[in-house]
Design a protein around this ligand. Structure first.
Ligand SMILES: [Zn+2]
Length: 785
C-alpha cells in the first residue's frame, strides 16, 4: 500500500516495516541517486494545503524535520507528494507526526527554496514511482482511504544470542547473569547494565539508558529472564554488545521453574503471546540445568566477615549520617553470627518506629551506604522491602565499657556501581518478599538478648578463638579452605608447595602456592603503574604532567619551519600566541587522500603547543602527535613525551629501542584510519611502551614468608594498567580487590587465601646472587569482581 499507518504505543511502533530498507540521513541526500530501496524519516513540521499543479495534478507540500543530527546544517527538507498520494496524505497528516517516506527521488531546487544555498534539495514522491509513506499514529484515526491500511500487529522474531550482528536492531530473550540496578548516569539518564545468556551459551552485555528509572528492566536477581525489544547490536572493542535503540522495551520474568509467568514492566501496553510463554518456560528449563542458582543471596544468619552478598530485607529505620553516607537499619528475621556494629547517630535523626527498632535490636543490622546510594536511600520508605546488592561485611573489634572486647560485623554499601552495587525496592507481590514476610512473622524476638553487654560470653568465645595465638576458629578454617580469591590460568598439574620448602630451593623453578597477602608495596596503587618496554624489558616511571609541560615548552622555542607546511599529507595552520615571547604554534591536519576528515577521525600534528593546548585538541581530534620541524621533514618531538595522544590516553615509546622515521611515513596509514597506536608506532619506527602494574606481594602461608614480584598489564587484576590512571571506576575496582586481599583492621587469619603460580630466578647484583620470585599465570577470581 502506498500509505501505511503504523500504530504507536507509548511512542513505540508496534511493527517494524522499515527494517529491510536503509535509512538515509538528510545531509547525505544527493540528486540523481537511486532511493527506491531507501527511506527518510522525520517529524512533520509544516504542512501546506493541497494545491493543483500543472495538468491539474494534486500537489501536497510538507517539511520534515530530522530528529537525529539536529545539529546538522541540513535538518529539514521539503517533500512534494503528487496525485492520489497527495490527496490521501492530506487527509492523514498532522503536524508533529513522525513520517517515513520510502522510494523517492531527490531534486535540486531551481530558485529560492533555500535561503543560504544549502537547503536547495527537495524530495518527490508519487504512487507511480512506488513511493510508500508511513505515518506513525498514536491511535486509530477516524478516516479511511482506499489506498491505506492499518498494519496489524505481527509476531516478533527473536534472534539467538550466537547470531547477533553489529549494526542490527533485534529482539532477544535471555537469562540474567549479571546486572547493575538502574543508576543515575553522568547525564540525566538512568543507566543499567545487564548481561544475559541463552541456550546457545553465548553471553551478551547490554548497556541500557533511559530518561526514566521505571522504563529500564525490573530485574531483582541473577537468573531472572528478560525479553528485550528493539535492542541495537554494536561491536565495541571487538566485543558484541547491546544498547537501547529508540523504542526499546523490556519485560522481566522470574526465572524459577514453576513460578507463575507474570511479566514485570512499567509499560501498560505490551504484547505477550502463547509463544512468549513457551520461550520463558524453555529458558527456565535450560537455566535450571545450565546456570547455578544465584549464590549471592545470603541470609543474615549465614553472613561471613569480608563477604560481598545480596540481602533481601525490610527497612526499619533510616538516618542521614553526613552528606556522603546514610544509615539504613534493616532486618531479615535471622541473626548474624557476630553482632552488628552500631553507627552512632542521635535518636532524633532516626526515622522509623523507635520502640519497634528497640524491640528488634538483636535482629537488626546497621548498614552504611555511600555516595550515589545516599540519594536512593533518602527516598526509601520505612517498612518497605529491599534488595541490597553487593553489600560488604567487615569484622571489627569493639571495646566495650566493661573492658571486654567484642567482634562486630560492619555492613557497607560502597559508592559506585561496580559489581552491581545498588538498592532496589521489591514489590509486595515478589515471591522472595512473601517468604521473607513468613520468616519475619515467626522470628524469635526474645532469643539471645546478647547485645547490650548482658551475655557477651558467646561472642567473646569466638573472638578469643580468632585472636589467640595460632588457633583459628573452626568457622574460619572452613571458610578459608574452600575459597581462593585468585585462580590459576595454567599449570594446574603442579602440586602445592609450602613457602618454607621453596625458600630452601635453588632457582629457576616454578611452583604452585597457597598463601595470604600479608602486605604489599607500593601502598598507593597509582604508584604501581609503570611503563615497560617489551623489547629491552626496561621499566620506567610514567612521566608527570609537570615534566611533560617542561619538555613541551622547550620544544616550543623552535620556530615552525614554513617550508614543511602544507604538504600532500597534511594542511597546516600557524598562529602566533599573545603570551610570553609571542610563541608560534603550527597545527598540521592529516588528510585522507587529499581530503580533510571530520575532526573526530582526524589526526593532527602540533608544533610548539603547550600541554594544556594539546589536551584541548586531543578532546576534539581523534589523535594528536607532538612534532617539531626537522631538516627535511617534521619529526616526532621527543620520546620523553607521548608520541601519540588519543583522548586522555598517552602512548609512549622506548627511547632505547626506537629508531625514529620521518613523519611522511604516516602516508601509508591514511587509508587505514582510525589511527591504531601500534600501527602509528610501527611506521614511525617507535617501539611502544606498555603500561604495567609493578607490585611486591609479601606472601605468608603459615610456614614462611616470601616476597614475590608482580608485573601485569591486564591479566592478573583483569584491569588494564593503561586505563587505570584515567578511570575512577577502575581505580575503585582495584582498591576493592586489594582491600579484599589484604583487608585493614582484620587479623591475617581472616584474609582470603590466594592460589598463585610463582617462578624463581637468579638476580646478580655485583658479586651477590639473590633468588627472586615472580607471580605468573594467575588471575583474580571472576566471582570476586
Ligand atoms: Zn626498549
Amino acid at each position: 500500500m502506498p500509505l501505511e499507518l503504523i500504530k504507536e504505543v507509548n511512542g513505540v511502533p508496534e511493527v517494524e516495516l522499515l527494517s529491510e530498507l536503509n535509512k538515509v540521513d538528510f545531509r547525505s541526500l544527493q540528486p540523481g541517486c537511486d532511493y527506491s530501496k531507501k527511506y527518510i524519516q522525520g517529524k512533520l513540521s509544516i504542512i501546506s494545503s493541497l494545491t493543483s499543479g500543472g495538468n491539474r495534478t494534486a500537489v501536497l507540500k510538507i517539511a520534515l524535520q530530522e530528529q537525529e543530527n539536529s545539529d546538522s546544517d541540513i535538518n529539514t527538507i521539503n517533500v512534494l507528494f503528487f496525485g492520489k498520494l497527495a490527496k490521501d496524505c492530506a487527509k492523514v497528516f498532522y503536524e508533529g507526526d513522525t513520517i517515513a517516506v520510502a522510494g523517492f527521488s531527490v531534486l535540486s531546487a531551481s530558485s529560492s527554496t533555500g535561503r543560504d544555498g544549502k537547503h536547495c534539495l527537495f524530495l518527490k514522491a508519487f504512487e507511480d514511482f512506488r513511493s510508500t509513506v508511513y505515518v506513525y499514529v498514536k491511535s486509530v484515526r477516524d478516516f479511511s482511504t482506499e489506498s491505506m491500511s492499518l498494519v496489524p500487529t505481527t509476531h516478533y522474531i527473536y534472534t539467538p544470542l550466537n547470531q547477533l550482528k553489529g549494526g542490527t536492531i533485534v529482539n532477544v530473550y535471555g537469562v540474567v547473569k549479571f546486572f547493575k540496578p538502574p543508576y543515575l548516569s553522568k547525564g540525566t539518564d538512568y543507566c543499567s547494565v545487564v548481561t544475559i545468556v541463552d541456550q546457545t551459551n553465548v553471553k551478551l552485555t547490554c548497556l541500557l539508558f533511559s530518561g526514566s528509572y521505571e522504563a529500564l528492566p525490573i530485574i531483582y536477581k541473577n537468573g531472572d529472564i528478560v525479553r528485550f525489544h528493539r535492542l541495537k547490536i554494536q561491536v565495541y572493542k571487538k566485543e558484541t554488545q547491546g544498547i537501547t535503540s529508540s523504542g526499546f522495551a523490556s519485560l522481566t520474568f522470574e526465572g524459577t521453574l514453576g513460578a507463575p509467568i507474570i511479566p514485570r514492566t512499567s509499560s501498560k501496553y505490551f504484547n505477550f503471546t502463547a509463544e512468549d510463554h513457551r520461550m520463558v518456560e524453555a529458558l527456565r528449563v535450560w537455566a535450571s540445568t545450565h546456570i547455578s542458582p544465584s549464590s549471592t543471596l545470603v541470609k543474615l544468619c549465614d553472613v561471613q566477615p569480608l563477604q560481598y552478598f545480596d540481602l533481601t530485607c525490610q527497612l526499619l529505620g533510616k538516618a542521614e549520617v553526613d552528606g556522603a553516607s546514610f544509615l539504613l537499619k534493616v532486618w531479615d528475621g535471622t541473626r548474624t553470627p557476630f553482632p552488628s556494629w552500631r553507627v552512632l547517630i542521635e535518636d532524633l535523626a532516626l526515622e522509623g518506629d523507635l520502640s519497634h527498632i528497640h524491640q528488634l535490636q538483636n535482629l537488626t543490622i546497621d548498614i552504611l551506604v555511600y555516595d550515589n546510594h545516599v540519594q536512593v536511600a533518602k527516598f526509601l520508605k520505612v517498612g518497605s522491602f529491599l534488595r541490597i546488592y553487593s553489600l560488604h561485611t567487615k569484622l571489627q573489634s569493639v571495646n566495650l565499657e566493661n573492658q571486654a572486647t567484642l567482634l562486630a560485623l560492619e555492613f557497607h554499601l560502597h559508592g559506585g556501581t561496580s559489581y552491581g552495587r545498588g538498592i532496589r525496592v521489591l514489590p509486595e507481590s515478589n515471591s522472595d518478599v512473601d517468604q521473607l514476610k513468613k520468616v519475619l512473622e515467626s522470628a524469635d524476638l526474645t532469643a539471645g538478648q546478647c547485645f547490650d553487654g548482658i551475655c557477651q560470653s558467646e561472642h567473646e568465645d569466638s573472638f578469643r578463638s580468632l585472636s589467640s595465638s595460632g588457633s583459628v576458629s573452626l568457622y574460619e578454617v572452613e571458610r578459608c579452605q574452600q575459597l581462593s580469591a585468585t585462580i590459576l590460568t595454567d599449570h594446574h598439574y603442579l602440586e602445592k608447595t609450602p613457602l618454607c620448602a621453596i625458600l630452601k630451593q635453588k632457582a629457576p623453578q616454578q611452583y604452585r602456592i597457597r598463601a595470604k597477602l600479608r602486605s604489599y608495596k607500593p601502598r598507593s596503587l597509582l604508584q604501581s603503574v609503570k611503563l615497560h618496554c617489551p623489547k629491552c624489558h626496561a621499566l620506567q616511571e610514567v612521566p608527570h604532567e609537570g615534566d611533560l609541560d617542561i619538555i613541551l615548552q622547550e620544544g616550543a622555542t623552535k620556530i615552525p619551519d614554513t617550508k614543511l607546511q602544507n604538504t600532500s599529507l597534511y594542511d597546516s595552520k600557524m598562529w602566533t600566541t599573545k603570551d610570553q615571547g609571542e610563541r608560534k604554534v603550527a597545527v598540521h591536519f592529516v588528510k585522507n587522500n587529499g581530503i580533510l576528515p571530520l575532526s573526530s577521525d582526524c589526526l593532527i600534528l602540533i608544533e610548539g603547543g603547550t600541554l594544556g593546548e594539546i589536551y584541548k585538541l586531543a578532546n576534539k581530534f581523534h589523535s594528536v602527535i607532538p612534532v617539531r620541524s626537522g631538516y627535511e621533514d617534521l619529526e616526532v618531538l621527543d620520546l620523553s613525551v607521548p608520541f601519540l595522544i588519543q583522548g586522555k590516553v598517552h602512548h609512549y615509546g622506548c627511547k632505547q629501542c626506537s629508531t625514529l622515521r620521518p613523519i611522511q611515513n604516516l602516508n601509508s596509514l591514511v587509508d587505514k584510519t582510525p589511527w591504531i597506536p601500534s600501527s602509528v608506532a610501527e611506521v614511525l619506527g617507535i617501539v611502544p611502551l606498555q603500561h604495567v602494574f609493578v607490585m611486591t606481594f609479601i606472601l605468608d602461608d603459615g610456614t614462611g614468608v616470601l616476597e614475590a614480584y608482580l608485573m601485569d598489564s591486564d591479566k592478573f587484576f583483569q584491569i588494564p594498567a593503561s586505563e587505570i590512571l584515567i578511570n575512577d571506576d577502575l581505580q575503585q575496582s582495584m582498591e576493592m580487590i586489594m582491600g579484599m586481599f589484604c583487608p585493614s583492621g582484620t587479623k591475617i587469619d581472616a584474609y582470603p587465601w590466594l592460589e598463585c603460580l610463582i617462578k624463581s630466578y637468579n638476580v646478580t647484583s655485583g658479586t651477590e646472587q639473590q633468588i627472586c620470585y615472580q607471580i605468573f599465570d594467575t588471575t583474580v577470581a571472576e566471582d570476586l569482581i
